[in-house]
Design a protein around this ligand. Structure first.
Ligand code: GLN
Length: 546
């Protein structure tokens, strides 16, 4: 196994995550098999309990995790003191080696390269044990197996536009002081680095100029892998890892097409996301302003082409979400409810269509007389004592002729990721179905409701799982594609014309009257001259056309 470690210096929010995934992508397009690890250096043992306001929404994978504390509780340290060095640093290394070996591409055997992103900024106290562990680790795996990419900032300070190297010099010095030597510098800056700036960095940071790439500001995120390729970052990394002879030239046509299409899109679809907002409840000032905020929120909801109610925990903001679901249902506005958003839609339907005015989820009212969403713990072999239904579970389509089954490509089942404790009360399902709310996807026992639909509505779908976790640039989650298509009035045509994944294309008119297009279908790019397949959505600078 070869490792690429991505660290960050100077300031946070530089785009380490985008850089790490773009590196993975470019190496993958060189024909290598890639896996990745993201390390967030915080002390929480159960990251799932962190508020999304802390570090963004917790990203759920197919499986779960394990920690040093668990090992201590199992008595594996035999009563000895548990120390940062060697216990935590050893645990970190063992954990990296174990997780790196798990293939993520569905193929047999481990990947060729594991890209590790270390969260935080060099110098943070929190990340010290990880840096120490990774320093030991680089020594342990040996030269040729470890490549350190340091993402840093080169600010432009004055009107002359001088690019300043000092912050990067300092952060590389910090890295060296901790026993790690960067092989590649990825410098964030507004413009491409001048040659003399590169030379200066090279001299002070002891990194060859050929190994210094600039991640300058570009029009969209899909251009980052292309920037890396243009500046031959893959060649530098492959050389450090002794992989040159195993790799081919990267093929990134699909990404060129995606980046080009993105830049030529001009029409906006407005999706209102109805969640709970800290500001409204946490400060005194906002209480005073609440009526204005309420009015403004309704106005933006009414101006939206579609409504999304995402997942969430606790009862704050629930009333507003129920009102949003009601508005979407009654006004035929496309609606996608994720996890809590599906449960909200069910409560709303029970209250206002079935006239069960006290219907509720037992999460919000444990004593409700009409519990239409109830606590349903699931015995799990991997998560002892946990009550959360977490990770990948299978959903079977019960109704073939529904929008969600069609969007998923007429499959009989889908595997999606979950993160919840409450579910639709199975005892009330027949009542709901009689009233018109259909449970079109269920688990293998038929007792857990996974997807709801209102067949009479333009697009009213709720999923107990989180489709966002498996959404990819080349394979956007079908339920999101459905929401956008419905919100822009293209859903019916899309389902009719392109049952096997829609086609998008960038069209370029040539001076001789003909045109070329780069077509993207299910993530694969094709170049065409004077022709577009049926059901293509194309962009040519004047918006998107069907
Ligand atoms: N709070 C709800 C539950 O636990 C929904 C969770 C979520 O949206 N992820 O079931």
């Amino acid at each position: 196994m070869k490792y690429v470690l991505v660290t960050g210096g100077v300031v946070s929010g530089l785009g380490k995550g985008v850089t790490a995934s773009s590196i993975g992508l470019v190496l993958k397009s060189c024909g290598l098999r890639i896996t990745s690890i993201k390390i967030d250096p915080y002390l929480n043992t159960d990251a799932g309990t962190m508020s999304p306001f802390e570090h963004g929404e917790v990203f759920v994978l197919d499986d779960g995790g394990e920690s040093v504390l668990e090992k201590e509780r199992k008595g594996e340290y035999l009563g000895k003191t548990v120390q940062v060095v060697p216990h935590i640093t050893n645990a970190i290394q063992e954990w990296i080696e174990r997780v790196a070996m798990v293939p993520v591409d569905g193929k047999e055997g481990p990947a060729d390269v594991c890209v590790i992103e270390l969260g935080g900024t060099i110098g943070d106290i929190e990340s010290m044990p990880f840096i120490e562990a990774l320093g030991q680790f680089s020594y342990h795996v040996g030269p040729g197996n470890f490549c350190l990419v340091h993402v840093s900032l080169v600010p432009v300070l004055n009107v002359v536009g001088e690019q300043k190297t000092k912050p990067t010099q300092h952060s590389v010095r910090g890295l060296r002081g901790l026993g790690l030597t960067p092989n590649i510098l990825a410098c964030r800056s507004t413009k491409e680095l001048e040659d003399n700036v590169k030379e200066k960095l090279s001299q002070f940071c002891h990194v060859p100029a050929a190994n210094i790439v600039t991640l300058y500001d570009v029009s969209n995120i899909w251009r980052i892998p292309l920037l890396l390729q243009d500046q031959k970052a893959h060649e530098a990394i492959l050389k450090v890892l002794n992989l040159e002879s195993f790799a081919r030239e990267p093929k990134l046509d699909e990404w060129v097409a995606r980046a080009t299409i993105f830049d030529s899109l001009t029409d906006t679809v407005r999706i209102a996301m109805v969640g709970k907002y800290n500001g409204l409840s946490d400060s005194y000032l906002s209480v005073l302003k609440a009526p204005d905020a309420y009015k403004a929120a309704w106005n933006s909801l009414k101006g939206a082409d579609g409504i999304l109610v995402p997942g969430g925990f606790g009862d704050r903001g629930v009333q507003g979400k129920i009102l949003a679901a009601k508005y979407a249902r009654e006004r035929n506005v496309p609606y996608l409810g994720i996890c809590l958003g599906m449960q909200i839609a069910v409560v709303e339907f029970a209250r206002h269509v079935m006239n069960l005015s006290d219907a509720n989820s037992t999460e919000f009212d444990p004593d409700t007389k009409t519990p239409c969403v109830v606590f349903m713990p699931e015995g799990s072999k991997t998560h002892m004592g946990g009550t959360m239904r977490l990770g990948s579970r299978r959903t079977f389509f019960k109704v073939a002729d529904c929008k969600s089954a069609k969007l998923y490509g007429n499959v009989t089942y889908v595997d999606e990721r979950h993160r919840h404790r409450y579910e639709v009360n199975p005892d009330m399902v027949p009542e709901f179905e009689n009233a018109g709310l259909k449970f079109v996807g269920r688990d293998d026992t038929g007792k857990r409701m996974e997807i709801i639909e209102l067949p009479s509505h333009r697009y009213f779908i709720g999923a107990q799982f989180h489709p966002e976790f498996k959404s990819r640039p080349s394979k956007p989650s079908p339920l999101f594609v459905g929401l956008i298509a419905a919100a822009s009035g293209q859903l019916d045509k899309m389902l009719q014309d392109c049952p096997n994944g829609h086609v998008v294309s960038a069209k370029h008119h040539l001076s001789n009257g003909s045109y070329t297009s780069t077509v993207l279908q299910n993530g694969h790019a094709k170049k065409l001259v004077n022709g577009l397949p049926n059901g293509t959505y194309y962009a040519n600078g004047n918006g998107v056309h069907a």
